[in-house]
Write a protein that binds this ligand. Structure first.
Ligand SMILES: [Zn+2]
Length: 138
């Protein structure tokens, strides 16, 4: 486990634990690391926090904590899959059509770029970004 101190463009700083620096890089690349304050994925690593994993107990607690988060996210994913319509790369388009045409519809989920999220936010269309685990990962 490795702890990084992260800084968001909103000036918020927070600590986050990762399995390894490689894992961090992978999540960063996929833009899966989001700010705890504004939910933006425009975060960057600031300084590396001092190693505080001196006791095994702390490590275990953090591992459990991470596992719980992942479990919650996977539950949430399941809920989304069951209750929302998957629109793939057409998310921005579909979100607009719901917003402007006042279509009566199920919630949707899909892939969207950060630019598109910014645009949607500017237009007053709310989106929620959550980390997404692939089934192949464990
Ligand atoms: Zn932020």
């Amino acid at each position: 486990m490795i702890k990084y101190n992260l800084t968001c463009k909103c000036k918020c700083t927070f600590d986050s634990w990762f399995a390894s620096s490689g894992e961090f890089g992978r999540l960063m690349k996929k833009k899966l690391i989001t700010c705890i304050e504004c939910n933006s994925n425009n975060v960057s690593k600031s300084i590396m926090a001092p190693n505080v994993s001196s006791s095994k107990k702390i490590d275990n607690v953090n591992c459990k904590f991470q596992k719980n988060i992942k479990k919650k996210i996977i539950e949430y994913q399941k809920f989304i899959k069951e209750n929302c319509k998957y629109v793939g790369d057409r998310f921005a388009q579909e979100a607009r059509s719901i917003h402007y045409d006042k279509k009566e519809t199920k919630s949707i989920y899909g892939r969207v770029t950060t630019d598109e999220i910014d645009e949607l936010n500017e237009e007053g269309i709310e989106t929620i970004t959550i980390p997404w685990y692939d089934k192949t990962e464990n």
